[in-house]
Every structure is written in C-alpha cells, then in structure tokens.
Design a protein around this ligand. Structure first.
Ligand SMILES: CC(C)(COP(=O)(O)OP(=O)(O)OC[C@H]1O[C@@H](n2cnc3c(N)ncnc32)[C@H](O)[C@@H]1OP(=O)(O)O)[C@@H](O)C(=O)NCCC(=O)NCCS
Length: 425
C-alpha cells in the first residue's frame, strides 16, 4: 500500500491482502463525492439537502482518502479548531469522518490513513489531535489516550426537586432557528475559556451542527427547540432540546432530550435545568452529554435519581510533545524526567526533561535516567488534567522510577474542574 502526502510517498505500509493496490492521498473531488464516500462507512447515503449546510465547515483541503483505483474506499477528515487547555487555548486537529468501506475493512487502510494524517498534522505544527471514537477499541493503538469523560442522565420529572428554594432572576425565550446562533453563540464564546476541553466553533459549525435539524436525525422526536435564558436582558444560558411525545391511558408520558445546555453561572444553570426538568407533558428528561462534575449533583435533593452514567468522550493524541507540554500551564513548579514510549510517532519517543511552572514549561531531550516512564497515549490521557498518574498507576499503565514522581507529576497537571467537551465532532 502506498501512502502519499503532497505528492511524496512517505510510508510503505503493510501490503494489502488480495490483489488490489490502495493509495492513501489527499482527497480530490466534489463535496458530494466526499460525503458519499464518508457516509457509506456509517451505513448511510449522502443526502443532497445537507450539502449546502455542511459545505461551510467541511475542510476538503485537509481531507484524506484511500483510493482503490479511482474509487474512494476510506476517508479521514479534520476540523481545524482551538481547544481550551490549562492556561489558554491551543490549535488542534479535530479528527472526524473517519471510515473504511465494509468491502475493504481490516486490511490496514485505517492504519495507513492514521499514519498519513498524523504525519500531515505534525508537519502543519498542530501539537494535538483529538477525536470522539465510534468504538473505544479503535484509536489507542495510534497513540490516542482517553482524556475527557461525559455523563448521561435520565431523571423522572417527579424526582427532580432542588435542595434549596430559589427565586428566579432570569427570563426565557424560545428562539427561531434563524435567530438561535446569534443569541447562543455569544454565551458559548464566554463559556469556552472557562472549561478545558471545549472547542471554538465557526459560523458554519453552528449552522450545520446546532441549527440544522432534518427529520431523519430526530429519532422519532419533535423538532429542536432553542431556549435562551437572559438575566437583566443579557443571555447567560441556553439549551437545544427536543420532545419525544408519548401518551397512554393515564395521560402524557413524553420525554425531553437535551442535546446541549450551557450556562455561565450557577443561578442561570439552576434556572435552565429547572425548566428542562419540568416541561409540561413530559415525564422525564434525558441528556447524553453533561460534565462529570456537573453542578446538578449538588443542587438536586436526590442526585442519585439522575442515574448518572459515565462514558468516554474525547481521545487525545500528543503529536508534537515539546510544543504540547510547553504551551500548557501548570499548577506548580517542578522538574521531572519523563521517558515517553511512542511507537507510532517516534519523534516523541525518548527521555524528556520537563521544567514546568505556572506559565508554561521547557521540554528538552536528555540522556538522564527517567523519573517516570509513560506511553504517549497515557500522557495524552493526563494532558488536560482529567486523568491522574495515580489513576493510571492503578491500571499498571506507568512505571515510577523515582518514588513520588507520579504524585509530583499530578501536582503539576491537575486542574480544578474536569475537562469536558460540550459537543461531539
Ligand atoms: C473502524 C474502521 C475505520 C477500521 O478500519 P480498518 O481499515 O478496518 O482498520 P485496520 O484494518 O487498519 O485495523 C487496524 C487494527 O485495528 C483493529 N480494529 C479496527 N477497527 C476496529 C474496531 N471497530 N474494533 C476493534 N478493533 C478494530 C483491527 O482489528 C486491526 O487490529 P490488528 O492490527 O491487531 O489486526 C472501519 O471498520 C469503519 O469504517 N467502521 C465504521 C465507521 C466507524 O466506526 N468509523 C470510526 C469513526 S470514529
């Protein structure tokens, strides 16, 4: 199999089983041809009415494809965005639209695309790659580590009582789809720097992922509602939700599905969720992505009734180790020697002397003996502060050569809140 980026063959991957040669290179073709190829891997066919909407955020210039002759049988795309990291924000490659057609699966095509994609990201100078995985077994082998978690909840309306009385300060407005971006986006922009793991969104993203609401994506539910909460006339929380109506002999028993809910302060958060927990004709409220350290756990009188279930969310790959470590802020000041094992991106492998302080770090190659030995994927897990080396140690994922080194590394990397990514990309 040949892997070609920018016209240069970069890697000779394992030969393909069977007679057909596969070439991985930049995608060339129309938006429709791209989505036609992407959708087949997900058991779908492209829908023409989506194309004008997704055009605004699809980066065809960063799209890779696996070609069998002139036919595309695999795809790997990227969203270029900034992610909030400890101490600021970082340009990252948001990996998306990865798939291999069922006719060509398990012959190494994904592996070849990951090779080409990580080389291209490295060359471009993005220190991190991040993704949501369709299946959790896929990306660890390419050096991605599980870095953020999410919780899903489902609570009966009758059980969603609050611990404390609260006099509402704000008001609500239901927005039309064509006014929702203008109203919700400023709230999100203010939220973005406050939560590690949140990412910047273009106008095209808002249109395609927030507003666009074709019937086939509703899973039997009604249309999306866009709810804005304002205090003193200024938006400070919003939600996108839909209702799944249902009735039986005893009356209404519908449910509310919350796709996204963002609040800038505890009062707005409380008022937003008090609304979402009590919409008339609904018997319960579900949300599939709330932070694991969500304030509702301490606001509700019966938090157990949320039935919080923790799931994996963002996987993070350190592409350029010194750049990634140097551009983050740390919770203390210390110097550690890390030995990083990285078979897939060997430029990261070796011993690194990391001198960290609250404003950044210096990471330089060294021959000195390591304090801590870690796989690149596990360093990726720890990078945003959501997974500790103590926790990785419980899974025998790290080797502590200097006693206490894991605790010292944790003291540097820890963050007050869990990283959380508010949307799937
Ligand atoms: C997931 C997918 C991209 C894998 O593509 P592929 O070309 O078959 O993968 P490869 O042949 O390069 O597999 C590399 C290794 O990963 C393993 N692997 C691949 N997909 C896997 C999966 N879904 N679950 C577990 N292991 C998987 C393979 O078994 C192989 O392991 P090995 O090296 O030990 O033999 C493809 O099956 C697919 O398109 N699935 C549906 C769409 C999807 O889920 N895309 C991912 C979106 S995040």
């Amino acid at each position: 199999m040949r892997v070609i980026i920018g016209g240069v063959t970069t890697v000779q991957a394992a030969p393909i089983i069977g007679s057909m040669e596969i070439e991985v290179r930049r995608f060339e073709g129309s938006l429709k041809a791209w989505f036609d190829a992407v959708d087949i891997s997900f058991g779908q066919r492209v829908v023409d009415e989506d194309l004008p909407v997704v055009e605004a955020y699809t980066e065809l210039d960063r799209a890779l494809a696996a070609y069998a002759g002139d036919r595309v049988v695999g795809t790997a795309g990227i969203f270029s965005f900034d992610m909030t990291i400890p101490g600021g924000r970082m340009p990252v490659a948001g990996i998306t639209m990865v798939g291999v057609h069922p006719t060509h699966r398990r012959r190494g095509i994904l592996t070849a695309m990951m090779r080409a994609q990580l080389d291209a990201i490295h060359e471009r100078g993005e220190p991190l790659a991040v993704l949501w995985a369709s299946e959790a077994a896929i990306y660890g082998r390419f050096g991605y580590g599980l870095a953020t978690f999410k919780a899903s909840i489902e609570i009966e309306r009758a059980r969603a009582g609050f611990r404390e009385q609260h006099v509402p300060r704000g008001t609500f407005r239901l927005l039309e789809p064509d006014e929702a971006t203008a109203a919700c986006r400023p709230v999100y922009e203010r939220y973005l720097p406050t939560r590690i793991g949140a990412f910047s969104r273009s106008e095209g993203w808002w249109r395609a992922e927030f507003i666009h609401d074709p019937e086939r994506w509703r899973r039997g539910g009604g249309p999306a509602f866009f709810l804005l909460h304002e205090t003193d006339g200024v938006g400070d929380a919003y939600a996108r939700y839909r209702m799944h109506g249902d009735w039986d002999e005893r009356g209404p028993k519908g449910s509310i599905d919350v796709q996204e809910a963002i609040a800038l302060n505890p009062a707005a958060e409380r008022e937003l969720w008090a609304y979402l927990f009590s919409v008339d004709l609904s018997a319960k409220t579900r949300a599939f992505n709330v932070p694991v350290d969500w304030g509702m756990r301490f606001m509700l009188s019966e938090p157990r009734r949320l039935g919080m279930t923790i799931g994996d969310a963002v996987w993070l790959r350190i592409v350029d180790l010194p750049a990634a470590l140097e551009r983050r802020a740390y919770a203390g000041r210390d110097r550690l020697i890390l030995e990083v094992r990285d078979g897939f991106c060997p430029w990261n492998a070796g011993q690194w002397e990391v001198e960290a302080n609250p404003d950044g770090a210096r990471a330089t190659k060294t021959d000195a003996d390591p304090d801590l030995v870690v796989e690149a994927a596990d360093l990726g897990s720890a990078y945003l502060g959501g997974v500790s080396f103590a926790e990785l140690g419980l899974a025998a994922r790290i080797e502590e050569c200097t006693p206490g080194a894991a605790a010292r590394a944790d003291a540097l990397l820890r963050t007050p809140l869990a990283p959380w990514c508010p949307a799937v990309f």
